[in-house]
Design a protein around this ligand. Structure first.
Ligand code: ATP
Ligand code: PRP
Ligand code: MG
Length: 335
């Protein structure tokens, strides 16, 4: 007997609501028989899937170990907790929420310290004059070590490192550590910058370690049985259809003549495609166009002789072999 596909989703915190809404938009509705405190659940019409509600941090661990097949969590947690991430997980899809930068921040009062190279000078100085190492408060131990060992000061080409530092592990309220005298600088996530500002800290110019957002992640080491592969295909097909629909608009316009030339032109200039091919006589041309090039496209259609042009939002766009599905099966092998 093989088990169900385990889909790990955040049970609390900043990612929880957005993750739930993301799956719901793709027609994947979570059901929990015993209310919000139950940490196992299901998807309405998918019997081979079990939802595991976990903290964002635990999700990274479960994906790494193969205990979960698919999951939603922050890229910061993946990079921090899974040193050999490429061999264990595959980031399938950035989700457009949970944006946070992992940054190196120093007290604003250190006016001469703007870059990692400046920080290295401070660290060397501390060592020389006071015989102690620069203290860095963080919960991102691995990201910090990696970045401090290998950084590009001032965005230049030369690589230097910050040595003479030690990490003071922090489990929360990290930005308070310098004022409390527990550390000199911090490495933490920031979104609005409000917490850094409130604690009189500034991000170093070249101190952004990672720009993170929530990701849909697949585990490479999970038990990918025939049944779990089929369930994953269903889930990813629905997600791909929703993601594709959200990124485009449907544009309709009718041309009395020359529609083939219009098609070639709008494909080249606006990446607009005709998913159903050229229209028959008298029928409107149907285009799928990236949202960002919409109005220039409408103007070009009008200039090419279209009369009325309509623009519509689509719910789902199911395409054969969506890249999202292909990227999972490329990563886990087989079909
Ligand atoms: N402003 C933000 N602050 C913190 N995390 C954010 C923010 N924006 C997005 N995230 C993402 O959400 C993830 C989980 O953060 P969250 O605060 O929900 O949980 P946590 O800090 O790990 O645990 P706790 O619930 O104990 O605070 C982060 O690792 C990050 O990927
Ligand atoms: O740049 P900002 O928008 O101010 O957000 C950043 C803050 O949010 C997070 O803390 P959280 O509220 O999750 O508390 P935690 O430290 O307990 O995780 C993070 O650790 C920062 O402290
Ligand atoms: Mg938090």
């Amino acid at each position: 007997m093989t088990g169900p596909l385990i889909l790990a989703v955040p049970s609390k915190g900043r990612l929880q609501e957005n993750a739930q809404a993301f799956f719901a938009r793709a027609g994947l509705n979570f059901v929990r028989a015993n209310g919000a405190r139950e940490y196992r659940g299901a998807i309405a019409d998918l019997p081979d899937v079990e939802i595991a509600y976990l903290s964002a941090s635990d999700i990274a661990g479960q994906l790494a170990s193969g205990a979960a097949h698919l999951g939603v969590t922050g890229e910061d947690l993946i990079r921090e907790q899974i040193p050999d991430a490429a061999g264990r997980v595959k980031l399938l899809q950035p989700l457009g929420f949970g944006y946070a930068d992992v940054v190196v921040a120093a007290p604003k009062a250190w006016i001469d310290v703007r870059t990692m190279a400046d920080l290295d000078d401070v660290a060397a100085d501390m060592q020389r004059r006071h015989g102690r190492r620069l203290r860095v408060a963080t919960k991102y131990l691995n990201l910090t070590r990696g970045f401090f060992a290998w950084t590009e000061p001032g965005g230049g080409r030369a690589r230097t490192s910050v040595s003479n530092y030690r990490i003071v592990e922090s489990l929360g309220a990290t930005e308070g550590a310098p004022a409390a005298g527990a550390a000199d600088v911090v490495v933490d996530i920031t979104t609005t910058g409000a917490t850094l500002a409130a604690n009189a800290l500034k991000v170093l110019d070249d101190g952004v370690i990672l720009r993170s957002q929530a990701q849909l992640v697949a585990s490479l080491g999970a038990d990918w049985s025939v049944a779990t592969r089929a369930a994953a295909r269903t889930i990813l097909t629905r997600i791909a259809a929703e993601v594709r629909a959200r990124s485009i608009r449907e544009v309709r316009a009718r041309f009395d003549a020359g529609v083939e030339r219009v098609l070639i032109d709008v494909a080249a200039r606006f990446d607009a495609r005709a998913p159903f091919g050229p229209p028959g006589p008298g029928a409107p041309l149907v285009l799928h166009a990236p949202k960002k090039a919409l109005f220039p496209l409408v103007e070009a259609l009008a200039a090419a002789g279209a009369g009325t042009v309509t623009v519509a939002t689509l719910e789902d766009v199911f395409e054969p072999n969506p890249p999202l599905v292909a990227s999972l099966f490329d990563a886990i092998g087989g079909k």
